[in-house]
Design a protein around this ligand. Structure first.
Ligand code: NAP
Length: 519
């Protein structure tokens, strides 16, 4: 068994005492322990703020982009090696593992290129300067400079690589040192990534810290220049947001939480049409990729009542081809849930949804897993439910079951009804809409926009041309309103804004031009 250590103040530190045990979720074999007891978080934060921060701020955006690019090159060279811990500890199939790892390195590569285009600048200037009075001399504008604190990154269990990369790329490029805290249960992959980053010696001393295990008193020691970026459940997000130090010091917080994402089939999408087929493919992929443990996965499936029987039949046929079992085996297409707690939560979640639905596929998730002794592992099969009455089915619009579970919601086919139903969940990361009637697509997109961080319009023109709606792209923002956390990550340069302070400047025009590099 491996003992995961934390990396603070430029050194690997082993926690005191026993710690949590990380398992293989298919076989329940223990793989590692993680424990941060005794780690000096005060010293860790001070080292990051006083050593890592100044070293990063000394560099220009272009130079920091080179660091991010070098991280990409180093980690990409270990791609195949990193797939093994994702399978063993994350319950990922090989394809799931590649999704996480390739998404991660793709994000690093994107930000390396974007940062290069900023060249020798050390701060960002927003827009043109504005004349502020009748006098042509008095001008104003905004600059963005790196915050002088530390960025604490708390990640969810489902994307140990991508979760790290999307936050790290933006913070490091912006010039802030990072403290990376992965979810403990699946931390093996994140740990190996940290070992590679530390061994590479690419980052300046203090630019990277890593916590294996709990955060101890770290969050109570955050200060006004620090940033807390969290991904996980909305309940943990709410708890962290209400921390004393966070409130008293106005620590900047970003929360990416859970979401009842939706797919909407439009009334014009006839059975067998390209848009209809795209819809089926996306729903099945989202239900089964990473065993449905994806924050962007489709949970609510809106289908026009006239198409409900056809969709139910077609989804059931495709789901029956899913092979659940030990993800280390080639023939398996869906692995287990990540932890025993996840299994308990998903089973309880299915039972909860059943108060408003009937089960149309999957027998409540009971499954005989391939390559695993009966009763071993945290397995649940794909489950398709159908709401008795979508308008009154309150559980379906309120409870995220973080597993291979989705609910069919027949509706009358009008955009107005679809929007009214979907708005009930209080905010989504992403919705996808399938059809070819432009007027309908536009009306739905406009109606859903206030409730969604991202909208994917799946017309037949996109078949074979687009990444699926569940894939987060660094060019576009990731995050959603309301229960989705109200946060925003990525989105090109906007992703850096969390780590930069925007300051308004008022001065005579030549002085302002000099300050903003326009003089
Ligand atoms: P979680 O239980 O909220 O945990 C998330 C992270 O927070 C873990 O690293 C966890 O560490 C840490 N944590 C928990 N309590 C904490 C505390 N009191 N202080 C400091 N850190 C704390 O969520 P999860 O079960 O890992 O992830 C699943 C959820 O995340 C789902 O609801 C999913 O929708 C959501 N998610 C959202 C996104 C998005 O981008 N919006 C992406 C992925 C997942 P330990 O593991 O050590 O407890």
């Amino acid at each position: 068994m491996i003992t995961l250590r934390s990396f603070v103040c430029g050194k690997w530190v082993e926690g005191a005492g026993e710690g949590a045990t990380l398992l293989n979720p298919a076989t329940e074999v223990p793989l590692a322990t993680a424990n941060s007891n005794g780690v000096d978080f005060q010293a860790a934060l001070a080292h990051a703020r006083t050593v890592g921060g100044p070293a990063l701020r000394e560099l220009s955006f272009g130079e920091r982009a080179q660091l991010v690019g070098a991280l990409y090159t180093t980690l990409h060279a270990h791609r195949d090696e990193l797939i093994a811990p994702a399978i063993a500890n994350g319950g990922n199939t090989r394809s799931d593992a590649k999704f996480d790892i390739d998404g991660a390195w793709g994000t690093l590569a994107y930000y390396a290129q974007l940062g290069e285009s900023l060249g020798s600048a050390k701060e960002l200037v927003e827009g043109e300067s504005l004349q502020l009075s009748r006098s042509a001399r008095f001008h104003g504008g905004h600059i963005l400079t790196p915050r002088h604190g530390v960025a604490v990154h708390i990640n969810a269990f489902n994307f140990p690589a991508w979760g790290f990369a999307e936050k790290a790329a933006c913070a490091l490029l912006a010039g802030m040192p990072i403290v990376v805290k992965p979810a403990t249960a699946t931390a093996l992959l994140a740990y190996r990534i940290m070992e590679l980053v530390v061994e590479s010696k690419l980052l300046p001393d203090g630019a990277l810290s890593f916590i294996a295990g709990q955060t101890g008193d770290l969050l109570s020691r955050l200060e006004g220049q620090d940033v807390l970026a969290f991904t996980g459940s909305s309940s943990t997000g709410a708890e962290l947001r209400s921390g004393r130090a966070v409130i008293e010091c106005s620590v900047r917080v970003n929360v990416e939480a859970d979401s009842l994402n939706a797919a909407v089939l439009c009334a014009d999408a006839e059975r067998g049409s390209p848009a209809y087929e795209l819809f089926l493919t996306d729903v099945v992929r989202d239900m089964t990729q990473k065993a449905g443990q994806k924050c962007t996965a489709i949970r609510r499936v809106l289908v026009p009542t006239v198409l409900a029987e056809a969709v139910q039949e077609d989804l059931a046929e495709r789901l029956s081809a899913v092979k659940v079992g030990d993800p280390a085996r080639d023939e398996v297409t869906m692995g287990p849930l990540a932890t025993a707690q996840q299994l308990a939560d998903v089973r309880a979640g299915i039972a909860h949804l059943r108060t408003d639905t009937e089960s149309v596929f999957g027998d409540g998730g009971a499954v005989s897993a391939i390559g695993v002794p009966t009763g071993r592992g945290f397995f649940v099969g794909p489950v398709l439910l159908r709401a008795h009455d979508p308008a009154t089915a309150s559980t379906v619009h309120a409870h995220e079951v973080f597993g291979p579970v989705a609910t069919l919601l027949p509706y009358d086919g009008t955009p107005r009804s679809a929007v009214a139903l979907l708005a009930r969940s209080g905010g989504m990361l992403v919705s996808s809409i399938y059809g070819d009637a432009r007027e309908t697509l536009v009306e739905l997109a406009r109606g859903l926009a206030p409730y969604c961080g991202r909208i994917f319009l799946g017309s037949s023109k996109l078949v074979g041309q687009a990444s699926p709606p569940g894939t987060v792209l660094p060019q576009l923002i990731h995050g959603g309103p309301g229960r989705a956390g109200g946060g925003q990550e990525l989105g090109g340069l906007q992703g850096l804004h969390l780590y930069l302070q925007r300051t308004a400047l008022q001065a005579d025009k030549p002085l302002l031009d000099q300050l903003t590099g326009r003089g």
